[in-house]
Design a protein around this ligand. Sequence first.
Ligand SMILES: C[S@@+](CC[C@H](N)C(=O)[O-])C[C@H]1O[C@@H](n2cnc3c(N)ncnc32)[C@H](O)[C@@H]1O
Length: 287
Amino acid sequence: MKLEQKTTVRLYEGDCIKGMMEHIPDSSIDIIVTSPPYNLGIKYNSYDDQKDWQEYLDWTIEWATQASRKLKDDGSLFLNIGGSLKAPLLPHVVLNLLADEHKLFHLQNSIHWIKSIALPDKKDGPERQRGHYKPINSDRFVNDCHEHIFHLTKGGDTKLDRKAIGVPYADKSNIGRWGHTGGDDLKCRGNVWFIPYKTINRRADDRPHPATFPDALVEHCIKLHGKNGSSVVMDPFLGIGHAAYAAISCGVKEFIGFEIDPVYMSAVRDELTERGNRYICGAVSPT
Ligand SMILES: C[S@@+](CC[C@H](N)C(=O)[O-])C[C@H]1O[C@@H](n2cnc3c(N)ncnc32)[C@H](O)[C@@H]1O
């Protein structure tokens, strides 16, 4: 049986900077989960991901300034960003720009999204690689199996619901031993999240976009921020919509997504329709 959709979904095709200025009231957003383009030359359908470096950094400040304006004082921006062999410092340069030079946000938590990891199947068993990554053929570099999720807030003191993504204790005797458990069999997950991509057979059909994050990553962020039934969630760089699907599955009050590419936005509308979800479309005035 399909549950009734609690989330109002608003989709805007167009530039998110303009769109946020035109459509989003200041201090109205609880949670932003987003992954902007990284300027690494990714082949998007239409967006040029190889801008002049300074132009890219200036643009980063522009969208982040709007994001900061739209976020409530106790809101959370979860910024997913990864580096590459060509630009290994990129995540740190962007973080420094936003949190230090421009003082738009505090770095409240630094989370590592692990896409793939070698672990034993069972205690003392042989290790096996889990999850997926893009292999690097090199005698200098190891494969890059993680990206950053910077949890950015305005004051550095946003209250979180750590147990909403808590994990059960391996040794149950700890539940009674430590007062801080409150008797719950859940402890804080920490800042290393193993969230593999789903295995796909055909990229063109199953994941028609070159740089996505999994729904589960967004769900972790939304749940960790907490107060989900009353939350307004936004993704200014929606791609093919994973933040929207996660927001709906978390039952947030409202989700707002911007995407500049009509092909990707059309894929989001098709997928929502296929899932039986309702949405409202708005327009951003042309640049
Ligand atoms: C890293 S992808 C996001 C993918 C998304 N997280 C997903 O899982 O599908 C970045 C997206 O930003 C879009 N984009 C680039 N510039 C934009 C802008 N000014 N406004 C809105 N979207 C933009 C690109 O077309 C691309 O789809």
